[in-house]
Design a protein around this ligand. Structure first.
Ligand code: ATP
Length: 210
């Protein structure tokens, strides 16, 4: 049986923790393929995302160096909310001889039982979780406290504090700085992602209208 990983996200922007998680999953789960799936409409986020065209390009740039990884555009092309169960059902219909592993960070595990048809997801994929240090905006919950998903795999990944929110805030807070137009993103995102963000002026604070 082919072993296929599925890693969805807003990727607004993709960052080094996404890459580390993907690499850890390929090695630890012995994946034949890993599909990176930028979300179209993020029903579970309380802000609107950057244009899909930019997030797709950023995701392609971020993951281009990894073997066995491909970026899958189906959620961006699909109308309506991007539900993981719809994506898994479509992938399973295409790959009859495969087992699926769904990769998520610990913050999503905490929220998982709020996902659309989450029990059906569990019957179609093994959920694999990477611990994530608590974020300022979220209550600290350890994976051990979330008992809803007993049959899950714990990915070994050194805790990484980087988040897309922090990167967007860093760039926005730098807008208009006299020295340089963009803060140094080395260590946070791959170089190609930093260049694309700079080239397109993404995440800069918009001037407020009076
Ligand atoms: P935002 O800050 O905008 O909410 P994010 O950094 O959480 O974004 P997403 O694209 O929403 O990035 O995340 C995609 C997946 O990657 C989610 O399952 C998330 O839990 C996981 N993930 C993101 N950052 C980390 C991290 N630092 N450690 C572990 N998992 C992470």
């Amino acid at each position: 049986m082919k072993r296929i990983g599925v890693f969805g996200g807003a990727f607004d922007p993709p960052h080094n923790a996404h890459l580390a998680l993907a690499q850890a999953a390929i090695e630890q789960l012995q994946l034949d393929q890993l599909k990176i799936i930028p979300t179209g409409f993020a029903w579970h986020k309380d802000r609107s995302l950057s244009a899909a065209e930019h997030r797709l390009k950023l995701t392609q740039l971020a993951f281009s160096g990894l073997d066995r990884v491909s970026v899958d555009e189906r959620e961006i092309k699909r109308a309506g909310p991007s539900y993981t169960i719809d994506t898994l059902e479509a992938l399973q219909a295409e790959e009859l001889d495969a087992v699926f592993f769904l990769l998520i960070g610990g913050d999503q595990l905490v929220a998982f039982t709020g996902w659309h048809r989450w029990q059906d997801i569990l019957s179609r994929a093994t959920v694999c979780v990477a611990e994530r240090p608590p974020q300022a905006s979220a209550p600290a919950v350890t994976l051990a406290q979330t008992s809803a998903l007993r049959h899950r795999i714990h990915l070994q990944l050194p805790p990484m504090t980087v988040s897309a929110t922090a990167i967007r805030q860093l760039i926005a807070s730098h807008t208009g700085s006299p020295n340089t137009s963009q803060p140094d993103l080395a260590g946070l995102v791959p170089d190609a992602v930093a260049r694309y963000i700079s080239l397109h002026g993404l995440y800069q604070a918009r001037p407020t209208s009076s």
